[in-house]
Design a protein around this ligand. Sequence first.
Ligand code: ZN
Ligand code: ZN
Length: 248
Amino acid sequence: MNYDKFKKNCFEKLNLKQEIFYKKYNINSYPKWFYDQPAGILTFSNGEDELNFRYYQVGTFSKTTNTWLWSWDKEDTPKKMKNKLEEVKEFGIKHGFDELTKAYFESSKNIGWEFSSIACELLNGLAAYRPETENLFIFMIIYEVLDNEKANEEKNKFVDCEKHERARRAFVCEHLISNSEIGFVESFETFEDMEFKSDDDDIEAWCDKCESIRLEHNGWNDESIKLIKIKLICEKCYFEIKSMNTKK
Ligand SMILES: [Zn+2]
Ligand SMILES: [Zn+2]
């Protein structure tokens, strides 16, 4: 396979997809956009109505350094998204397309559209989107329509943390917030960035004192839950607390 030919083909396909997508969802009538990177949700809004989509971030183009950076090499890319973009890199390795395997290099901003069209083709995207910030052009692939209720539910599973920016939510008893070595009991064994078995799962822990309340009442129920205070924190804070309270 010839890279230029492949690229051209992907680009033509993307143009067609863009046309269909913009028309179908009347995207231009939604002047505002927001994206929730940890949740992987892109939202278009016109003030009254919302449209929500799942997206992958392909990469970013820096306006200040004129450089491209693939998301698979970007530290703050959520793991799920990173794994998906790795597929594009793997494809590059398999076919000897060096452009897809070099993480970071100087280029022009058109490179973002080229790579987006390739990612859109390989990852079955519906369209590409390119929001911009002060310093960056962000290239995204939209791949799934999400109903608004589900989108809000998913966005609520992330919290803005003063210390760690936005991350997945977690719950701990109030004692764990500011103490150490007071025990750390979890509802299931956790590790950072883990994938949950069920959508309803949350990372949660409580101290030894709260554990004795739980045992006295045969588990967490309406009665025992009233006797403790639960705090909402970010997943990164959770694992810091865990390491301070887990006996070695
Ligand atoms: Zn406690
Ligand atoms: Zn935090």
